[in-house]
Design a protein around this ligand. Structure first.
Ligand SMILES: *Cc1c(COP(=O)(O)O)cnc(C)c1O
Length: 587
């Protein structure tokens, strides 16, 4: 079927007036803009790309992060050093003329916004406003508040959160945007609720605040939590909150019961003042309800933006067979009809592109006919990058069984994460000792968008070994699935939903400790992965095809944004007055 380019397919326009304002501390807008650090930012960017494709009436707010996250350098010993990534917003964005102010400690801090116009595939423009305090009227310290993503200490962080949450709401108003849904992507933006409440009280004291004022704010807010363990939630000491936000706002937050054990908990604040909250995978919703039993926390499983993460050869193959995948990713289900040979050819091209990038970065020439595993993610210790290397003898045996094995690693450790840095060091040291002509292990520097796309498309198997239940969702395995690359992973986050054993990949079985899980990982490689790879390329291609058809058609932001629209932004109610339906449960 040929589509008619002069008459583009249009979606139903959403009948509700007003906008959704999406708030996120990081957004991966495009590879050349260092405004993100990892999964949360990539998810935010993919969400906006799909919202733009679907013409959802949405605008986004984040910080400009003038110095970026950081560029990673690894020396021969495996030690990480960091370099700032300065960039010029004027090269990509338009400066809005309006200014707003926020109160921080005893200062008035001016904020401006840079607008980036994100264009969807139908031409819809979705504006992203990057807030910036680098203005002459601010002090030197305040000018630096929007410089570093996740830099500095908790004082710096709380001040950034004031700029994002409180500054963002004021900016939306100053820009004349008619917002009726505020979406907090993680707790970093939770202070926006305070600004909404203050405008509801028209500047009056908290003593006049009634349940109906709070209900009014709640009716406008939705919240997505991304953190499955209490230690991961953003928290600030009472002393800090009093000093930075002031006594009156602190008292207000106390009355709203957002302090726990003497700490302001941003997740609690967001939950208290949202009419809808969700976790980012079925399991994560359940874990979140156990952490916050007073709240009905729904689940909307994450996705990735298909056209962003699918390599060119796979896109061309799909365009030839089912071009409708571009407007509606559900059609990817029909990839099940594509001949095996075409899948293999597309993957071979992706693998070639990846291996030539590895060669140009490291000088190491890898073999395109050898089974290649990928492991790339933030070097947080719970992700256990070294699990695969736990028993070197056994890994060498597997490499011999497979007729060779190549493993590509990448990932940054947060500058202050000493154990994470030690983990990178350990992987690189072990890789150096183990590598021989049968087994090649390489750790690639500076994991970011581009490298992530090459890796998830070009390796043969994507490996993920988080310690349960720390992986709220995980999205890199979804990028792999978009390219037909199966996963070999711990059953945590999205993989609980995505794993169909032997069809979309393999599960590493839960064990009592790291040793037990490493055993299961090796055993899956020996008994399932390597034999299938050796058996016949045609059988391997069928596995790739079911991966793409089953998981590509579901774990995408096209589906996810439709779920946010119908469940969170404009919930479908059974009757006008009925409450939102029960959260999605998982047994
Ligand atoms: C997709 C992506 C991530 C998130 O991957 P996880 O599987 O959630 O760890 C992190 N960093 C980059 C650069 C990515 O592209």
């Amino acid at each position: 079927m040929q589509s008619n380019p002069s008459k583009p397919f249009t979606y139903e326009s959403f009948p509700q007036s007003g906008l959704v304002a999406y708030f996120s501390m990081e957004i991966a807008i495009q590879p050349a803009m260092p405004t993100y650090s990892g999964g949360l930012g990539v998810l935010a960017g993919d969400t906006l790309r799909s919202a733009a494709d679907l013409s959802v009436p949405l605008v986004a707010f984040s910080l400009v992060h003038r110095k970026g996250y950081f560029q990673q350098h690894l020396d021969g010993a495996g030690d990480q050093t960091e370099e700032v990534q300065p960039w010029n917003p004027a090269d990509f964005c338009t400066e809005e003329p309006v200014r707003v102010t926020v109160a921080i400690e005893d200062r008035v801090v001016a904020v401006r916004a840079w607008r980036y116009d994100l264009q969807g595939r139908s031409g819809h423009i979705l504006p992203i406003y990057l807030l910036d305090t680098d203005l002459d009227e601010n002090s030197g310290w305040d000018r630096g508040l929007t410089d570093h993503l996740y830099g500095g200490d908790t004082n710096y962080r709380l001040q950034q959160e004031i700029v994002l949450g409180m500054g963002g709401v004021r900016m939306a108003t100053a820009l004349g945007l008619h917002v009726n849904v505020y979406h907090m992507n993680e707790g970093h933006a939770a202070l926006l609720t305070l600004t909404l409440l203050e405008s509801q009280l028209a500047g009056g004291p908290h003593s006049i605040c009634t349940e109906s004022d709070i209900a009014k704010v709640r009716s406008q807010c939705v919240f997505t939590t991304h953190t499955p363990v209490p230690a991961g939630h953003d928290r600030f000491s009472t002393e800090q909150v009093v000093r930075i936000l002031g006594g009156e706002r602190t008292a207000r937050l106390e009355r709203l019961r957002c302090f726990e054990g003497g700490l302001l908990n941003m997740t609690l604040l967001a939950l208290r003042l949202s009419r809808y909250a969700n976790g980012v995978a079925m399991q994560h919703g359940k874990v979140s309800r156990e952490m916050f039993p007073e709240y009905a926390i729904d689940s909307i499983t994450n996705g990735v933006h298909a056209a962003t993460w699918m390599c060119e050869p796979v896109q061309q193959m799909l365009d030839a067979h089912l071009p409708a995948w571009r407007r509606d990713n559900l059609y990817l289900r029909n990839a099940i009809e594509i001949p095996e040979q075409e899948i293999l050819q597309a993957h071979a091209r992706a693998k070639e592109t990846l291996l030539s990038e590895v060669a140009s970065r490291t000088g190491l020439v890898m073999n395109p006919n050898v089974l290649t595993l990928g492991f790339a993610r933030r070097a947080a210790t719970y992700k256990r990058a070294s699990l695969l290397l736990k028993d070197p003898e056994r890994l060498l045996k597997i490499a011999e069984q497979a007729g060779g094995l190549q493993i590509l690693y990448a990932g940054k450790a947060h500058p202050q994460d000493t154990p994470g840095k030690a983990l990178i060091h350990q992987v690189i040291e072990t890789a150096g000792k183990l590598s021989n002509e049968m087994l090649r292990i390489v750790y690639l520097e500076n994991y970011a968008w581009d490298l992530g796309a090459l890796l998830t498309a070009g390796v043969d198997v994507w490996v993920n070994t988080p310690r349960r239940p720390y992986e709220a969702s995980g999205t890199s395995g979804m990028k792999a699935a978009m390219n037909g690359v199966p996963s070999l992973s711990i059953l945590d986050g999205w993989w609980i939903e995505g794993c169909i054993e032997g069809f979309t990949g393999w599960a590493i079985e839960d064990g009592a400790d790291d040793d037990a899980e490493a055993l299961s990982l090796y055993s899956k490689l020996e008994k399932a992965v390597v034999p299938l790879y050796l058996e016949s390329r045609e059988h391997w291609a069928r596995m790739m095809r079911t991966t793409l058809a089953f998981n590509g058609s579901y774990f995408n932001t096209n589906r996810m944004v439709k779920q946010y629209t119908r469940n969170a932004y404009y919930p479908v109610r059974l009757t006008q007055s009925a409450p939102v339906e029960e959260p999605a449960y998982v047994s």
